[in-house]
Design a binder for this molecule. Sequence first.
Ligand code: KG4
Ligand code: ZN
Length: 336
Amino acid sequence: MFPVILAIESSCDETSAAVLKNNAILSNVISSQYFHKEFGGIVPELASRAHIKTIDRIVNKAIEESGIDKHTINCVAATAGPGLIGSLLVGYNYGRSFALSRNIPFIPVNHIESHLFSSFIGHDKINFPFIALVVSGGHTLLFHVRGINSFKVLGETQDDAAGEAFDKVAKMLGLAYPGGPEIDRLALDGNENYHKFPSAKVKGKIYDFSFSGVKTSVLYFLRRNFPDNKNIPLSDICASFQKSVVSSLIEKTKLAADEFGIKMITVSGGVSANSKLRKEFKKLEQRGYNIYFPEKKYSTDNAAMIGYIAYLKINESKNQIQEANILEEAFAKFKH
Ligand code: KG4
Ligand code: ZN
């Protein structure tokens, strides 16, 4: 018997459900809570209420689109954290109840770990070891990955996450939330050498990141040069800010890859959808590095990546798995 996984993601402002058969994504339905735009950021209480309203419809849609018979689902995976607690609880409890009521195993998933492996969705195999950069709205982490359950954090942000910096700078510029895609779009027509915004170094921690400095320097630049908020060259500022963030992400990732003698690099999480980041990382391929990104639909939050890491864990040795008791059941069920 093989795993037919119902996967659920609700850690932030996306309600998402997916169905996987082994590692094949049969469906991946995402409902984004666009109403947060009017508040300029996510309102946690409203996010959680919206998840409650949406989750049943999204799960049923994912099952329907997958074309499978609901009764063949033999495993449920849901994001257990990190994320907004009120939002997490909705998807987690829905998934747990779904599993309990059918007496099938439930796999709690770590959201960052799911981003970490999302670059391999749709690939036949994973080439270990690799250096992984995970850049999202809440996290910026650099990993040395040796196996499914074997990875080490090399560095992380000391302050804002990269996505958070994109969102905050976008807000300063009067752009809509989430700001990353807006900055990405405007930067396409901008001059990235318009102004040099500094990318901060973190003393003594070569793989750590810091983005609050560049964010503040945009703020002071705007105050100094455009005190009346008029005629701001949006595209140029977006391109210059983006250049600073992207170069710091690439510099540290490459440093880690070189130190560990690893040519294989993955870049995932919401910010990995950024076109400049993709373009600059891809340039490293000319210098012998192998660069993997998730497909854009798997960059930002989605349930397919939750199901995918659950699949990988099911496939992996049971001894190394945290939720051993739950997963042992999964193994027993799948080994026929
Ligand atoms: O992974 P994700 O969907 O959610 C978290 O786990 O946080 O990442 C969301 C973040 C937001 O900060 C958003 O602005 C950023 O990813 N983002 C982008 C782009 N698309 C999404 N940042 C830069 N360029 C993009 N194209
Ligand atoms: Zn995420």
